[in-house]
Write a protein that binds this ligand. Structure first.
Ligand code: PEP
Length: 255
């Protein structure tokens, strides 16, 4: 396995936090702190913050992403946002299949796949979240679960399109709980997701795919998690809301 074959990506997931005015401040605080990053830096922000975040990040190394998109191009889907809408305003990235969408908003592996397809068709890069719940880890089905989520989400995605797929392994029990997977647990599952991609596509595609870890990653544990050969970055929730903490994770990923 050769880490040099893929990008290291640190992405923030702001969830339902920050007004547009607050988003402007947070991006402005991040800019000087991450400007020398030797990894890709992304802030995924609420829909209403996208315009202001794009403007604030213009000309910097911070890229802006959304936290979800709908699978249809347009139509009678009150309250939803299409991938084409995101693309048209200059957005490059979108998170799809976050466990909070699965848990609270009825997201299924099938709708995740539909959203992935729509995002790729619109020209976006997808951060696809997969991960087991606590009970599933206890039942010993983490591997099957993550393999199934990955396989269903990637149905109809070509090998060429895999260059616009980033996978975030996010054990649900570690998200927003302060419980972090150990570096070995993160490595084990990121490695099996990579094996799954190799089975679906080729070893080359698997080696080139960025697989992040997410789940209470912070400035104290990032370095150890990121030292693992199959952990190519992080999807960061809570710690992405504090510029200094987020910047420290970016620094750890840049070593
Ligand atoms: C997330 O929201 O994707 C996440 C990993 O959250 P936290 O870092 O707060 O656990």
């Amino acid at each position: 396995m050769n880490k040099a074959k893929r990008k290291t990506i640190i992405a923030g997931n702001w969830k339902m936090n920050k007004t547009p005015a607050e988003a402007k401040v947070l991006i402005s605080e991040m800019i000087p702190l991450v400007k020398d990053a030797d990894c890709d830096v992304i802030a995924c922000v609420p829909f209403v913050d996208l315009a202001v975040a794009l403007e604030a990040a213009q000309g910097t190394n911070i890229k802006i992403g959304a936290e979800n998109c709908h699978w249809a191009k347009s139509g009678a889907f009150t309250g939803e946002i299409s991938a084409d809408m995101l693309k048209s305003m200059g957005i490059e990235y979108v998170i799809i299949g976050h466990s909070e969408r699965r848990q609270y908003f009825g997201e299924t592996d099938v709708t995740v796949n539909q959203r992935v397809r729509a995002a790729l068709d619109a020209g976006l890069t997808v951060i696809l979240c997969v991960g087991e719940q606590k009970v599933e880890r206890e039942q010993g089905i983490t591997a099957e679960l993550c393999r199934m989520q990955t396989k269903v989400a990637l149905q109809g995605v070509t090998a060429e399109e895999m260059s616009r797929i980033v996978i975030a392994y996010e054990p649900v029990w570690a998200i927003g709980t302060g419980l972090t997977a150990t570096a070995d647990q993160a490595e084990e599952v990121c490695a099996l997701i990579r094996d799954c991609i190799a089975e679906l596509y080729t070893a080359e595609v698997a080696e080139a795919t960025t697989i992040q870890y997410g789940g209470s990653m912070n400035d104290a544990n990032a370095e150890e998690l990121l030292s693992k050969v199959n952990v190519d970055g992080g999807l960061i929730g809570g710690a992405s809301l504090i510029a200094e903490k987020f910047a420290k994770i970016v620094e750890a990923a840049s070593k």
